[in-house]
Every structure is written in C-alpha cells, then in structure tokens.
Design a protein around this ligand. Structure first.
Ligand code: SF4
Length: 76
C-alpha cells in the first residue's frame, strides 16, 4: 500500500512516542522532535512516502501522538 506520512514539527511535544514505537517511519531530529524517516521538509512539515505493509503501524503511532501532529494518508 502506498501512503504518505506528515509530522508537524511545530506541534510535536518531543515525547518520543512515535519513534519509540515505530522507528521504521519516525526518527528523532537534532532538536528532539519527530521527523519522517527518509522524508523531506515542506515548511515545518516533515513528509515522506512509503509503499509497504507498514501502514497500520504508522496509523497506530499517529493515533497515539498526544499532539495529533502526525497525519497518515493513503495514496492511490
Ligand atoms: S508522538 Fe507526536 S508529540 Fe510525540 S514525538 Fe511523535 S510527533 Fe512528537
């Protein structure tokens, strides 16, 4: 499945939830905030696309983000 992940760094609380539970998609940047593995910056949004079976893992991380800073959206 193809999907896109976005992390709004302005909203990130630096609590490490996402990159602790799903390091395939999320990692810590130099400021302690989350970013998308292999992603790129679009303004204050870290974004990256994937094509694998990890969609549910990414969605779970997004659901548990206390800041609601993560968006996971399916691509066609
Ligand atoms: S779970 Fe949310 S608040 Fe926590 S590090 Fe990830 S993006 Fe930031």
């Amino acid at each position: 499945m193809k999907y896109r992940i976005k992390v709004n760094k302005d909203e990130c609380l630096e609590d490490a939830v996402c990159f602790s539970m799903d390091p395939d998609h999320f990692e810590e940047d130099e400021d302690g905030k989350a970013q998308v593995v292999g992603g790129s910056m679009e303004g204050n949004i870290s974004a990256g696309e994937f094509d694998d079976d990890g969609y549910e893992d990414a969605k779970e991380a997004a659901d548990l983000c206390p800041a609601e800073a993560i968006i996971v959206e399916k691509l066609e």
